[in-house]
Design a protein around this ligand. Structure first.
Ligand SMILES: N[C@@H](CCC(=O)N[C@@H](CS)C(=O)NCC(=O)O)C(=O)O
Length: 228
């Protein structure tokens, strides 16, 4: 299996696709396609029928879309950590993953993921309040907090993640959201902050973040902090 990913500091969807592959426990190789280069569009068109990544190449197929990739991997590795074992929990996990997949356009646009940047970077840079006050952003964050709270209340008693002890693909879907809280110093309720910290502290998430740090060293911190 071969997974095409983007720059680790900013590519939310390929972070989720990579986490899905890791959670499946299956072997896979990766290839990085930086999205900000002059030839990126042409290269994307070559590798992905949708012109978007991640794309998982396996068994003669090019599987696009993070949710489709997660479901494909679940079929190959049922019982892996992708989804919870219990059917009602698994259904909830699919619901909250789908909500992340389809909603929250405002927060995505206003607060793009950047695992290297911290905002405000220094005095004189416009405050994060301006970003948070854009239409829909605070409502998005309130809904994300409710999802985390309700899911953890129903399923999370035995551990720090949405479904308790095991970090599943539902957590992978929300890891970029947790990173935005950190990057943009967003104030949330203590339980939301606790979950976000646990999510960002998971070994697989730390491995991805450490890859982002490596890329920042290679490319230059200022350059990666500036994009997007
Ligand atoms: N719905 C897709 C979204 C994939 C997506 O938008 N990927 C971004 C990278 S994170 C992309 O390929 N953008 C193309 C571009 O910026 O030109 C999924 O779930 O995988």
């Amino acid at each position: 299996m071969h997974l095409i990913i983007g720059g680790k500091w900013s590519s939310t969807w390929t972070m989720r696709g990579w986490l899905a592959c890791k959670l499946s426990g299956l072997d896979f190789s990766t290839e990085t396609l930086f999205l900000s280069r002059p030839d990126s569009k042409a290269r994307l068109a070559e590798v992905s029928p949708t012109g978007r990544i991640p794309v998982l190449i396996h068994d003669g197929m090019r599987i696009t879309d993070t949710l489709a990739i997660a479901e494909y991997l679940w079929e190959l590795a049922p019982g892996s950590d992708i989804w919870p074992a219990d059917r009602p929990a698994r259904t909830t996990a699919r619901m909250v993953a789908a909500e992340m997949h389809g909603h929250f356009a405002e927060v995505r646009a206003a607060l793009p993921m950047n695992l290297i940047k911290r905002w405000p970077i220094k005095d004189g840079v416009p405050s994060n309040v301006k970003l948070l006050d854009r239409p829909g952003v605070r409502d998005n964050i309130t809904r994300v907090e409710a999802i985390w709270r309700e899911t953890r209340r129903a399923w999370g008693a035995d551990g720090p993640y949405l479904f308790g002890e095991r970090f599943t693909f539902a957590d992978a879907m929300y890891a970029p959201m947790a990173s935005r809280l950190r990057t943009y110093s967003v104030d949330v309720a203590p339980d939301s902050q606790g979950y976000a910290d646990a999510c960002l502290g998971h070994p697989l998430v730390l491995e991805w973040i450490s890859g982002a740090e490596d890329q920042a060293r290679e490319i230059g911190r200022e350059a990666v902090a500036a994009w997007p």
